[in-house]
Ligand binder design. Structure first.
Ligand SMILES: [Fe+2]
Length: 266
């Protein structure tokens, strides 16, 4: 990609938050190489559930098909953990320098659901009712990877995985390092605590914020075609996938761009 094209893609990404590249018959290596234009690709820290590709370790597997080409049951640990993506979240927010964005390649896509929905969190922040705004300004929320297991009943992180990824605190209102605009920063599948609130009040506030955010007027819904690649900004969007028939094959490969700086308070 030449410098001019890269600038055009970056500008479109910052303006629209989600960019769709249709008809990309790319290899995992090409996927990773494209990702590197925007930052370092994350290597998923959890290895116990085989959600990381053995062949290309920068690839995170959003898939219900195993190495033997068998469709996995929803009760299998990896599928339980992936089911958390039906709830609103932003990828890798549990890292000390959370992800900048993600690129998802739809290899075998669902026709029975599996629509990926995105929320523009700039708009959400701008529209926040005063009662909610007061509760998030200047406040931090905790993001814990281990929350997933508590939420969906998947196996808890191993002691090594837990040690590699301790819970972190991030501002609930963040300023985008490129656009300078403020957005609400929550990730309902990882947020397990809020400064100054007891557990019940924290959970209630995250629920209220998530409910307010997930209004159709802030949403883009992507119905997949084979070989679509979606690139989204994890700093100012949240996303959630709609349910799909678990008997239908769904194979998607994701790269995640690692952040290079802590979250800027808004
Ligand atoms: Fe996600």
């Amino acid at each position: 990609m030449d410098a001019e094209t890269l600038q055009a893609v970056s500008d479109a990404w910052m303006k629209h938050l989600v960019v769709v590249f249709p008809g990309q018959r790319i290899t995992d290596q090409e996927h990773v190489a494209f990702t590197r234009h925007f930052g370092a690709p994350e290597i998923f820290h959890q290895t116990s559930l085989h959600l990381r590709s053995d062949r290309v370790r920068e690839i995170f597997l959003v898939s219900n098909v195993d190495d033997q080409d068998r469709v996995m049951r929803p009760s299998e640990p990896s599928q339980k953990q992936l089911s958390s993506s039906r709830m609103w979240h932003t990828d890798s927010s549990y890292r000390p320098t959370p992800s900048v964005g993600s690129l998802l390649h739809g290899i075998e896509i669902s026709r029975t659901g599996g629509i990926t929905q995105f929320i523009n969190m700039y708009m959400v922040y701008d529209d926040l009712p005063e009662s909610l705004r007061r509760q998030v300004e200047g406040r931090k929320a905790r993001h814990d990877f281990g929350m997933l297991a508590r939420l969906v009943g998947s196996p808890p992180p191993t002691p090594e995985e837990q040690a590699a990824m301790p819970p972190v605190w991030h501002p609930m209102v963040r300023r985008h390092p490129v656009t300078g605009a403020k957005s609400l920063y929550i990730s309902s599948i990882y947020n397990d605590a809020i400064e100054g609130l007891d557990d019940g009040a924290a959970a209630k506030l995250i629920e209220e914020l998530t409910e307010f955010s997930s209004q159709p007027k802030y949403m883009y819904r992507h119905s997949w075609e084979p070989d679509d690649v979606l690139m989204w900004d994890n700093r100012c969007t949240v996303h959630a996938v709609t349910p799909h028939d678990p008997a239908e094959r769904r194979v998607m490969h994701r790269t995640t761009i690692v952040g290079s700086e802590p979250v800027l308070a808004g």
